[in-house]
Design a protein around this ligand. Structure first.
Ligand SMILES: [Zn+2]
Length: 131
């Protein structure tokens, strides 16, 4: 679980920063048959804490899928990237924003970004050219 400790950052008068880390995704998020994550998800984020205590978190994720081509079942591997863009408000989000109290937990935002970035299928190089 990766967090941004907003309360202690504000106490130190730090209002923006960057984070870079990797994490192992839940395998269940990917539902392409015979395909799995190859290695961790790389995350690069930038955050900004505004005067009203809302916090914008933006950046990117990158991950590799490996397994069988969804069309011909030959080995396939591809690197994907996705966008991370979330606004955290305190104490509660409203469906378009995420809620937080003192400390932001990034799990839900990263999960949403990963679900959005996951392709519907994985193709080998030959099938990708045929598309
Ligand atoms: Zn193929």
């Amino acid at each position: 679980m990766t967090v941004i400790d907003v309360r202690s950052l504000v106490a130190k008068k730090i209002y923006r920063g960057e984070l870079a880390f990797e994490y192992v995704p839940e395998e269940g998020l990917n539902d392409i048959p015979y395909v799995k994550f190859s290695g961790p998800v790389s995350v690069k984020l930038h955050y900004e804490i505004f005067e009203d205590d809302s916090v914008e978190v933006k950046g990117s994720i990158a991950f590799t899928l490996t397994g069988a081509c969804s069309r011909c079942l030959e080995p396939a591997e591809e690197r994907f990237t996705g966008e991370v863009d979330g606004l955290f408000v305190t104490p509660e989000g409203d469906g378009e924003t995420y809620g937080y109290q003192n400390v932001i937990c990034l799990d839900e935002l990263l999960r949403d970004a990963l679900l959005f970035a996951l392709p519907p299928r994985l193709l080998c190089e030959r099938c990708a050219i045929d598309e």
